[in-house]
Design a protein around this ligand. Structure first.
Ligand SMILES: NC(=O)c1ccc[n+]([C@@H]2O[C@H](COP(=O)([O-])OP(=O)(O)OC[C@H]3O[C@@H](n4cnc5c(N)ncnc54)[C@H](O)[C@@H]3O)[C@@H](O)[C@H]2O)c1
Length: 361
């Protein structure tokens, strides 16, 4: 048992929202986890401290940049699996600093691939890509139905967007993540790396440091808790399929254990049509949870924003058996509860507790 668990799982970007949730899962299962992170996202050091407090020496931390070739190669050596999440994650920042965005997302991923290519037996790699690789879907006829946009095609609305959709990189961040996505697939084909790409939609849950630029579900909840105005860009009817982080962690776990079936392929991962919600619908849900409506300001559309993006995750389900289980209602309630708990903790009235968990449907 000890020997089997000895080689660490490497999580690049492991102090972030998704990385820290995955690290917690693996550490709880008895694996050693090596976190490789520059801590460049403000606040993620708290996630790392929480992991170390909960799991002690099962968590090993290397504070370094994904572009640091020497440190990265050292971290990859001997890993049993590699999950790559380190990224410049905000479209807005990519428009202000496209060179930095390219360096971290595209070049950084190439460094990860090169570090794996020189291993005698490269371990599985799971790469976090994004729905942004499909662009703004301007060519898909859309209509407004009540509080949300939806495709005019009832068939498309029923299934969501699948992997046959053509790539259309928009915004520097779409280009850098899209390039990384394609490099990972190519290294699987050209060099035989056991690598897979998950094109993720909107993920939300505990440990998410949501801001106006990324992580809108958490951001809206944080604003509501602080009695701050929520700014909605566009008409608020934009729709996303949201996926609670516990469901994503199940998918990541399956991606690793099913790597032989899915290597060299990209999959759309999200809550799917059954777990879609528009911005104004989320505001309604928040109003219910908090007992009053938050203040809202409306602004113009942001560059590259999709009016509708809902994944069709059925290819991943067929390959691995994975299915999302947590509804937006249950997940948003769980995140709201966790944020309340954090606020009490910061106010000094409660000890640090673990992330909220919700019952499975
Ligand atoms: N959260 C979502 O809804 C979502 C959706 C689609 C795709 N993704 C992708 O999933 C991944 C993880 O997202 P997240 O929400 O956990 O983001 P996050 O910002 O919470 O985590 C990213 C982590 O990477 C680290 N990092 C950034 N630049 C680095 C660098 N140069 N070197 C080393 N570490 C660096 C940050 O410090 C942070 O801890 C990202 O690649 C993101 O593009 C996320």
């Amino acid at each position: 048992m000890i020997d089997m668990m000895d080689a660490p799982v490497l999580i690049i970007g492991g102090a972030g929202f998704i990385g820290s949730n995955l690290a917690a899962r693996f550490a709880a299962q008895g694996y050693r986890v090596r976190i490789y992170d520059s801590l460049s996202r403000p606040g993620v050091e708290q996630n790392l401290a929480w992991l170390q407090m909960q799991h002690g020496d099962r968590i090993e931390a290397e504070i370094a940049d994904v572009r640091d070739r020497v440190r990265l190669r050292g971290a990859v050596a001997g890993a049993r699996a590699v999950f790559h999440f380190a990224a410049q994650v905000a479209t807005t920042t990519s428009l202000l600093e496209p060179r930095h965005d390219f360096e971290v997302n595209a070049w950084g991923t190439l460094e990860v691939l090169e570090a794996l290519r020189v291993q005698a037996t490269p371990p599985p790699l799971v790469f976090a890509s994004t729905n942004k690789v499909y662009g703004s879907l301007q060519d898909v006829p859309m209509m407004i139905e009540g509080s949300r946009w939806r495709p005019t095609s009832a068939a498309l609305a029923a299934t969501g967007i699948d992997e046959r959709r053509g790539l259309a990189f928009r915004t520097p961040q779409g280009c850098s993540k899209g390039a990384a996505d394609q490099y990972v697939l190519d290294y699987a084909h050209s060099f035989g790396l056991p690598a897979t790409v998950l094109r993720m939609s909107c993920i939300y849950g505990p440990r998410q440091l949501g801001t106006e630029d990324q992580g809108w579900v958490a951001h809206f909840l944080i604003c509501a808790l602080r009695d701050q105005e929520i700014t909605i860009y566009g008409d608020g009817r934009q729709v996303r399929d949201v996926l609670f982080v516990d469901d994503l962690i199940d998918a990541l776990d399956r991606a690793w254990t099913h790597i032989d079936a899915i290597r060299g392929r990209a999959f759309n991962i999200g809550g799917g049509p059954g777990n879609s919600i528009s911005l104004v619908e989320l505001v309604d849900l928040i109003s219910l949870l908090r007992g009053s409506s938050p203040d809202i300001a409306m602004e113009g559309w942001r560059a590259g924003d999709q009016r509708y993006y809902v994944s069709d995750p059925s290819a991943f389900t067929a390959a691995t058996g994975w299915r999302p289980r947590i509804s937006p209602r249950a997940g948003v309630e769980a995140l709201y509860g966790w944020l309340l708990e954090q606020r009490r903790r910061i106010a000094g009235s409660r000890p640090l507790t673990s992330a909220a968990r919700v019952p499975r449907a």
